[in-house]
Each structure stands twice: as structure tokens, then as C-alpha cells.
Design a protein around this ligand. Structure first.
Ligand code: FAD
Ligand code: NAD
Length: 479
């Protein structure tokens, strides 16, 4: 291995591997270091997203959704199934196969693009030197022209519920249960709590979700949050808001979780406790004292809008820097930095980062919520369309939810799009494109959508901003 590179990337999650691949595509001699080991103990690339995050959680979400459909909803559409069973080890093994296919894919992409993938821990020293500590053998020093830090994030732990990896687990442990626990509690009704709570609830666990805040999903448009809470409770998720977890005791193969709510001291006894109270940037072992990098008060690597750190030619991207902890946000930052190093001038548009919660129905949004627009004092108009009025949703027996479009009342420019419904994640991608091109609600109304599609609900919601929806009686709301 050469010990000189144009670019060294530390971390091969979606932010780091994308940066490394794009650098190599642009002709830069690039190495990417990652210390992760897979379930078989061998080095893996792909970071949290591929190994313990987006991909494995979606594999279990899809499998559990299919199981529930077969068990509870097939009869409604005239399909009778004699008996529907669950083979959890097989479900987990399939999830693992998907993960290893994806992580091997990254190794293949590194090879195909000429990125030198290195297994071990990378530490940034002074003057763009990087120390590589391989899993076995001696450390080496690599000299780089540019360094991109992409170390990602790890779960937050709270003192009342220390992770033991057996009864009390974090999101990684919650992807590995070998049987369906009878009783599960999740601390945190955030994205992970709702997604993994849904997985085990669909597979038959009684799930109690303990959330500290009084408000459900405060970052989501209030109408969507309200409707989704009702739906999730109807699905059997016992979501208890305003609960402060005070302690836990593991005894006789179960966990007793203590919490305080407006009634007083309470306990819930479960077989598994999942702690999902957020993630924090991971910078342990990353920075030598004289690396020249500063962290902000939250422990994130301090960067400007272009992901440049305080040290020349050192950049940081992904979960370890400010902004939402989302794979696609990190990927866009990684690609932007690679192109800037190569002399181009792209930007990341942080106004159009889409968010998705992969429950069923899904919740997806981009741009401002109605409460944000209202607080800012902007005058705005809202268009809404329910999936119950969508022919495709009716045909698919999947009619819960709405699409909501918020537009500027003066210019008609789209300010935000919020979807609760089937394939909301795919529909919101169309909203992102529209907003990237500064579309107005009228532009969307004038665009032809194929019939019958779920996307027509987005078209109709845009039409309804001006009171022109065809398949629903318009209730024009201007503010
Ligand atoms: P990471 O993916 O965390 O990768 C960082 C890598 O760097 C890791 O492999 C780490 O071991 C390595 N590393 C750290 N320090 C060093 C060092 N010093 N030397 C060498 N290697 C180092 N996001 C979405 O957008 N959509 C989803 O559906 C989604 N689902 C999720 C589900 C779960 C259960 C979880 C936990 C997260 C999910 N996320 C999702 C979030 C997403 O996984 C992260 O936003 C994303 O992985 C961040 O990418 P990253 O490259 O910044 O960091
Ligand atoms: P989160 O911030 O989404 O939710 C954490 C929840 O826990 C919050 O509602 C918070 O109020 C609550 N909480 C915090 N401390 C608590 C306590 N002591 N007791 C009770 N409740 C408490 O975090 P997460 O769900 O852990 O997810 C972490 C990150 O991973 C998120 O930032 C998210 O962006 C990312 N992620 C994204 C996806 C996706 O894009 N679909 C999926 C999973 C994770």
C-alpha cells in the first residue's frame, strides 16, 4: 500500500463511502478507512446504514408488514390463507443476507472505482497525516493532501437503563431478537422507536412506547402527527407520552421499567427493553490533540456550510456534523466535498432534505410544517387530499392518510409537502424535485400524473391549494 494519497476518508458509511467513490471517479488517489466488523468478525464497509441501520431495519419492516398483511388483511381482499406462521431466525438470516450483499457491494464499488479500502481505526494527526491502526499488526502513517472525516454516530445511552445486550438493548440489539418477545417496551417515540416498535408489534409482541415529551413527533406537521398517533394506537402500539423513565431492574428473565407520568410512579414489566432516545456523534479515537479540529457544544465536528472544518483541507460530513442524521444527507455532503476538492463548486440544499418514518402508513415530508410557517408569520395556503379518495389506494385496500401541500399565499411557491400514507417515501421524492426547481402549486397542478397512482393524491393536494381539486370537495384554507 502507498502511504501517500490525494484523499483519505475516515469512515465508510453512506457519507464516507460516497465521498471516497466520487473522489476516485474524479481522478483522485483515494483511501477509505473503516473499523467496523460484521457479524462474522470480518471487516465490513457501509457503516451504520448498511450494517445496523436503514437496510436491516427496512428488511424487518417489510417482512413484518407482509406477515401482518397475510394474517389480518388478505381475507379482506378475498385471499384465504390456512395458517400464517413466523420463523424469526429465518427472517433475521434473510436480513443478514441482504446486509452482507449490500456491504460486499460497497467493497465491489471501491474496487471498481479504484478506492483503496483499509480496515482499521483511523486517527487524524497534525498536518493531514492519518494514523491507521489495523485490526491486527502495527500502525502506519498515511500522508494525505485532503482528509474527509465521516465517523458517523452511535446510540445515546441513559443512566436509568444501561444496555446489557440481552434484556436491555439499543437499536442494533433490537434487530437481532431470535424469537418474538411477548412484551416489549421502547423508550423514545422517535423514528427508531416507531419503526422497531412496529416491527415487533406486527410480529405479535405487546409494545409499550414510553416518550418523555408530551407532544408526539414535534418535528412533524401537527395534523400528520395527530392522525398518525391515532393510527399507531389503533395498530396496538401503546404510546405513553409525558413519561420520564427513572430506572430499570433486570430480574428472573424480565425487565421492570420504572417511570413517572402525570399520575405518579409507575412500572411496566417486559421481556425486552429497547432504548431509542437518539444518537450522538462518534468521535472517539478519531482526533489527535493537535489535529486542529474543533467540536461544537453537542460534540459534533464543527464545520461551515461547505463541510470545511477549522483545519485547512480537512472536511467532515454525515451524522458527525450538524443537521439531520440521515443517510442521504451524509451522501450529498460527501459528494459535495469530493467535487469541491476536485475544483467544482456544488452546494447541498439543506432546505430540501426529505425525512421518512417507515411505519405503515409511512410518514414523509420535505420543507416547512404548517406550524413553522404560521410561527414565521408568512401568509400561506394549504391543499389537502385524503388517500380514502384515491382510486389506487382504494384498489390496494390501503386508504389511511393524507397529502398536504403548503404554498406561499402570494407567490404560490411550495413551502412544504407532508404525506401520511402508503408509499409516502416515494411520493415525497416528487415533492423534493418540485421544490428543487422552485415549483409553484399551480405548476404541479398543470403537470399530468398517471392514473391510477398513489401520486395522484399529491397532484390533487397541489390542485386543492387553489381550491381546484377534482376528486374531493374543496375546502379552501388561506391564512
Ligand atoms: P455511519 O453510517 O455511522 O458510518 C460511520 C462509519 O465510520 C462506521 O462504520 C464507523 O465504524 C466508522 N468509524 C468511526 N470512527 C472511525 C475511525 N476513527 N476509524 C475508522 N472508522 C471509523 N437514515 C436514513 O436516511 N434512512 C433510514 O431509513 C434510516 N434508518 C435507520 C435505522 C436505524 C436502526 C438506525 C440506527 C439509523 C438509521 N438511519 C437512517 C440513520 C443512518 O443510518 C445514518 O444517518 C447514516 O448511517 C449516517 O452515515 P455516516 O456515513 O455519517 O455514518
Ligand atoms: P429521535 O431523536 O428520532 O427520537 C428519540 C425520542 O426519544 C425523542 O422523541 C425524545 O423525546 C425521546 N427521548 C429522549 N430521551 C428520553 C428519555 N429519557 N425517556 C423517554 N424518551 C426520551 O432518535 P432515534 O429514534 O433514536 O433515532 C436516532 C437518529 O437516527 C434520528 O436522528 C434519525 O434521524 C435517525 N434515523 C432515521 C431513520 C429514518 O430516516 N427512517 C430511521 C431510524 C433512525
Amino acid at each position: 500500500m502507498s502511504d501517500n494519497f490525494d484523499v483519505v476518508v475516515i469512515g465508510a458509511g453512506p457519507a464516507g463511502y460516497a465521498a471516497a467513490i466520487r473522489c476516485a471517479q474524479l481522478g483522485l488517489n483515494t483511501a477509505c478507512i473503516d473499523k467496523s466488523l460484521g457479524k462474522d468478525g470480518k471487516p465490513v464497509f457501509g457503516g451504520t446504514c448498511l450494517n445496523w441501520g436503514c437496510i436491516p431495519s427496512k428488511a424487518l419492516l417489510d417482512a413484518s408488514h407482509k406477515y401482518l398483511d397475510a394474517k389480518e388483511h388478505f381475507a379482506e381482499i378475498g385471499i384465504t390463507v390456512e395458517s400464517v406462521g413466523i420463523d424469526v431466525p429465518r427472517m433475521i438470516a434473510r436480513k443478514d443476507k441482504v446486509v452482507s450483499g449490500m456491504t460486499q457491494g460497497i467493497a465491489g464499488l471501491f474496487k471498481g472505482n479504484g478506492v483503496t479500502g483499509l480496515a482499521g481505526t483511523g486517527k487524524l494527526l497534525a498536518n493531514r497525516r492519518v494514523e491507521l491502526c489495523p485490526h491486527e499488526g502495527n500502525a502506519t502513517i498515511i500522508q494525505a493532501e485532503h482528509v474527509i472525516l465521516a465517523p458517523g454516530s452511535v446510540p445515546v445511552e441513559i443512566p436509568p437503563t444501561p444496555i446489557d445486550g440481552d434484556r436491555i438493548v439499543d437499536s442494533t440489539g433490537a434487530l437481532e431478537f431470535t424469537e418474538v418477545p411477548e412484551r416489549v417496551s421502547v423508550i423514545g417515540a422517535g423514528v427508531i422507536g416507531l419503526e422497531l416498535g412496529s416491527v415487533w408489534s406486527r410480529l405479535g409482541s405487546e409494545v409499550v412506547v414510553l416518550e418523555a415529551l408530551e407532544e408526539f413527533l414535534p418535528m412533524v406537521d401537527q395534523r400528520i402527527a395527530r392522525d398518525s398517533l391515532k393510527i399507531f394506537k389503533g395498530q396496538g402500539l401503546d404510546i405513553r407520552l409525558g413519561t420520564l423513565v427513572t430506572g430499570s431492574e433486570v430480574r428472573a428473565g424480565e425487565v421492570v421499567v420504572s417511570y413517572r407520568d402525570n399520575v405518579g410512579e409507575q412500572t411496566v414489566t417486559v421481556d425486552k427493553l429497547i432504548v431509542a432516545v437518539g444518537r450522538k456523534p462518534y468521535t472517539e479515537e478519531l482526533l489527535a490533540p493537535d489535529s486542529g479540529i474543533n467540536l461544537d457544544e453537542g460534540g459534533f465536528v464543527k464545520v461551515n456550510d461547505l463541510c470545511a472544518t477549522d483545519a485547512p483541507d480537512i472536511y467532515a460530513v454525515g451524522d458527525a456534523v450538524r443537521g439531520p442524521m440521515l443517510a442521504h444527507k451524509g451522501t450529498e455532503e460527501g459528494v459535495m466535498v469530493a467535487e469541491r476538492i476536485a475544483g467544482f463548486k456544488p452546494l447541498v440544499n439543506y432546505e430540501t432534505v426529505p425525512s421518512v418514518i417507515y411505519t405503515h402508513p409511512e410518514i414523509a415530508w420535505v420543507g416547512k410544517t404548517e406550524q413553522e410557517v404560521k410561527t414565521s408569520g408568512e401568509s400561506y395556503a394549504v391543499g389537502q387530499f385524503p388517500f380514502s379518495a384515491s382510486g389506487r389506494a382504494q384498489a390496494a385496500n390501503d386508504t389511511q392518510g393524507i397529502v398536504k401541500v403548503i404554498a406561499d399565499a402570494q407567490t404560490d411557491r411550495i413551502l412544504g409537502v407532508h404525506v401520511l400514507g402508503p408509499q409516502a417515501s416515494e411520493i415525497v421524492a416528487q415533492a423534493v424535485i418540485a421544490m428543487e426547481f422552485d415549483a409553484s402549486a399551480e405548476d404541479l397542478g398543470l403537470t399530468m400524473f398517471a392514473h391510477p397512482t398513489l401520486s395522484e393524491a399529491f397532484h390533487e393536494a397541489a390542485l386543492s391549494v387553489a381550491g381546484h381539486a377534482i376528486h374531493v370537495v374543496n375546502r379552501k384554507k388561506r391564512n
